[in-house]
Design a protein around this ligand. Structure first.
Ligand code: ZN
Length: 421
């Protein structure tokens, strides 16, 4: 068995060295672009599998959705399994931390157990998911959904911009597509799911805290609004007689912002208009037709739903007063995914033990972890990130990464001592 005194696996600099090595696998030289199931993703998956082996993980394989999975056996037969996961696909021109960090910290925690010669009363599986960012295909999270038992076979027919289906891309990747249904984990035999991820927002950085414990992944309601007014000549239409769809939109956009700001902490409501299109817009035309999007999120579903109702009412009121006809269509509607209280408390205690105050915060961004809502107990650890995420400037320091790895390792050891297994 390996030496028992080395903590090198949990060293932040060592993990950053691997992050940088992994960043060499990119579809676009000079930037970090590793779209799901691309040739660069395939090479990155091979590298991750090698690190799995070095960490003492066994039964290493690619599952039917392109994820790399490895298992660190328990100290006893018929033990339950704890899953540690995150993703290794990226957005275009990404940073090197989003997703990849969680996989490498998971590897480091297991590698440390391996070096200590320590087996736990549960098996640990590390998973490098293949499909989180949703850039290449219209649907996403297919890899984590396969584990949750909610994989939708229809997503195999999704096509990318080049007309290649996910099914064909998976086969080219080397994934045994026909085995996807066997990926589903038995909740009775699974302790839960843990994910380490950069925060992607500015909260921990603003607070000066390296780590954060996630309370819940926010639920989201998204929709589009079309306002139908009356296009008219900007010189001849008197101001009081206008049915200006754009000024109505402007007033609604401010109302959305106001309602999004009117939350009582700590539900963390946010409401955003992110797109705006003016049909037939011209310098000398009163706008008659405008479309925009609305995105409302909260870690509390009741808070989110109340905001959506209020926003609907504002749209009706403002439209009526301004003589435009609103057409409102809510599309996406996903409930919040709360983190498991017991696992969250254990994670907070582990963070505390590495000398960091345990700050609890919601995740406004979606993650693989959210698909385990109602299926497996789930928890998430955030690492402070400078410059947000989804851009090359995202940054987590080696010191913070080392703390995250030590906290995750401590969490595993603490869970091993729990009598609730
Ligand atoms: Zn991510």
């Amino acid at each position: 068995m390996a030496p028992t005194n080395s903590a090198q696996a949990l060293d932040g600099e060592a993990i950053v060295a691997r992050l940088k090595a992994l960043a060499a696998f990119t579809d676009v030289p000079g930037e970090m672009t590793r779209l799901s199931l691309s040739p660069a993703h395939r090479k990155a998956a091979g590298q991750v599998a090698e690190w799995f082996r070095a960490a003492g993980l066994e039964q290493i394989h690619m599952d039917g959705t392109g994820s790399i999975v490895g298992r660190y056996a328990a100290d006893r037969p018929d033990a339950k399994t704890l899953i540690i996961g995150s993703h290794i696909d990226t957005v275009r021109n990404a940073g090197i931390y989003d997703g990849n960090l969680g996989v490498l910290v998971g590897i480091a925690a297991v590698e440390q157990l391996h070096r200590e010669g320590r087996r736990l009363p549960f098996a640990v599986e590390v998973v490098a998911f293949a499909d989180e960012e949703g850039v290449r295909f219209p649907s996403t999270l297919s890899s984590s959904r396969a584990l949750a038992g909610t994989f939708d076979p229809a997503c195999l027919d999704d096509v990318d911009a080049d007309g290649m289906s996910r099914r064909v891309a998976l086969r080219a990747f080397g994934a045994p597509v026909e085995t996807i249904s066997a990926c589903a984990r038995d909740p009775a035999g699974t302790l839960g799911y843990v994910e380490v991820h950069i925060e992607q927002g500015p909260v921990l950085d603003a607070l000066g805290l390296p780590l954060g414990i996630v309370t819940a992944i926010a639920g989201a309601t998204r929709g589009t609004v079309r306002l139908e007014g009356q296009a008219a000549h900007s010189g001849t239409m008197p101001m009081p007689m206008r049915q200006d769809a754009l000024t109505a939109a402007a007033e609604i956009i401010l109302a959305v912002e106001r309602r999004g700001s009117a939350d009582v902490a700590p539900a963390s409501l946010v409401a955003t208009v992110g797109t705006l299109a003016i049909s037939g817009g011209a310098v000398n035309v009163v706008p008659g037709d405008v479309q925009f999007s609305i995105d409302v999120r909260s870690s509390n579903d009741l808070v989110r739903k109340a905001a959506v109702v209020d926003i609907e009412r504002e749209i009706e009121e403002i439209s009526a007063r301004r003589g435009v006809t609103p057409h409102l269509a809510w599309g996406h509607d996903a409930p919040a995914a709360p983190c498991n209280e017991d696992l969250r408390a254990r994670l907070a205690a582990a963070v505390d033990r590495v000398g960091v105050p345990a700050h609890h915060l919601p995740s406004g961004a979606g993650h693989d972890a959210m698909v385990f809502r109602g299926v497996l107990p789930m928890t998430m650890l955030f690492v402070r990130s400078q410059n947000g995420s989804h851009n090359p400037r995202e940054y987590a320091s080696p010191q913070d990464i080392g703390l995250a790895a030590k906290a995750l390792h401590g969490f595993l050891v603490d869970l091993a001592g729990s009598n609730s297994l």
